[in-house]
Design a protein around this ligand. Structure first.
Ligand code: SF4
Length: 252
């Protein structure tokens, strides 16, 4: 995509500023694709079936083109705002970033969210054949397939957003920023939404299981504990207004 076209799209009033910052990235199920710049850029760039194929060389060339254009735009904006991009990655900064990343990974919430991701993986692997048979038998009951789709979508997403929220909170505390709304609450909110939806999807699965699978109850209870711990750590998260999704005025 040419830089002029990217600039023109970025200035288009129909797009909600920053809508993609606190969404779940599930564009196929998103009700706001027409108002999302991120989605429109991808559609324009990758609308040719060939370019959609990640095996295809054209995909990587296109992606590289988008990356280069974006970098140029970033440099232009940085210049405009007087930000020196060269000084941002000094050795000290990198070491600091590494230390912060390690602290985020070791946080009790991150470890719990990661444990959930791995647990789901093991659970599905053990029951792969069973689910294939159940889905085939209940062809008209879409909800089982949907429940699996929802759990799989959020399985790793929750952990990524929990870690982002913790990282953001520690930065905000370091900078003395305690005003609402802040980015960590936005990340915590979308993590909580993923948790809520996953709990609902697990409940659907439980309904389909005939052998009283105790592990499903354990998984739901574990997710519920994670939900409560997130709400305690991020008490303002549920009130965070995500542009385009929670605002009463859609221009948010
Ligand atoms: S806002 Fe919707 S369309 Fe845009 S990136 Fe997020 S899920 Fe995809």
């Amino acid at each position: 995509m040419k830089r002029d076209r990217l600039k023109k799209l970025a200035a288009d009033k129909r797009f909600i500023s920053g809508i993609y910052n606190y969404c779940d990235r599930w564009c196929e199920r998103c009700p706001q694709t027409s108002r999302c710049l991120n989605f429109s850029v991808s559609e324009e760039e990758f609308s040719d079936p060939e370019t959609r194929d990640i095996q295809n060389d054209a995909f990587w060339k296109k992606l590289s083109g988008v990356f280069q254009e974006t970098l140029e735009l970033l440099k232009e904006s940085a210049k405009k705002w007087g930000v020196d991009l060269e000084t941002l990655d000094s050795k000290g900064d990198l070491e600091d970033i590494k230390a912060k990343d390690a602290a985020v990974k070791n946080h009790v919430l991150s470890r719990a969210a990661k444990r959930y991701s791995g647990w789901v993986e093991d659970w599905f692997q053990e029951r792969e054949t069973l689910f294939f048979e159940m889905a085939a038998a209940a062809r008209e009951e879409v909800s089982l397939e949907e429940a699996i789709e929802v759990i799989r979508w959020y399985q790793y997403f929750i952990c990524a957003k929990v870690m982002r929220a913790i990282h953001g909170k520690s930065e905000e505390e370091e900078d003395g920023f305690d005003e609402f709304p802040n980015d960590s609450d936005g990340s915590a909110k979308i993590a909580l939404i993923g948790i809520d939806r996953s709990i609902g999807a697990w409940a659907v699965i439980q309904h389909y299981l005939t052998d009283d699978d105790k592990e499903v109850i354990d998984l739901i209870a574990f997710l519920d504990s994670l939900r409560q711990a997130m709400e305690e750590t991020f008490p303002e998260a549920r009130s965070f207004i995500r542009p385009g999704f929670d605002a009463t005025d859609p221009s948010g």
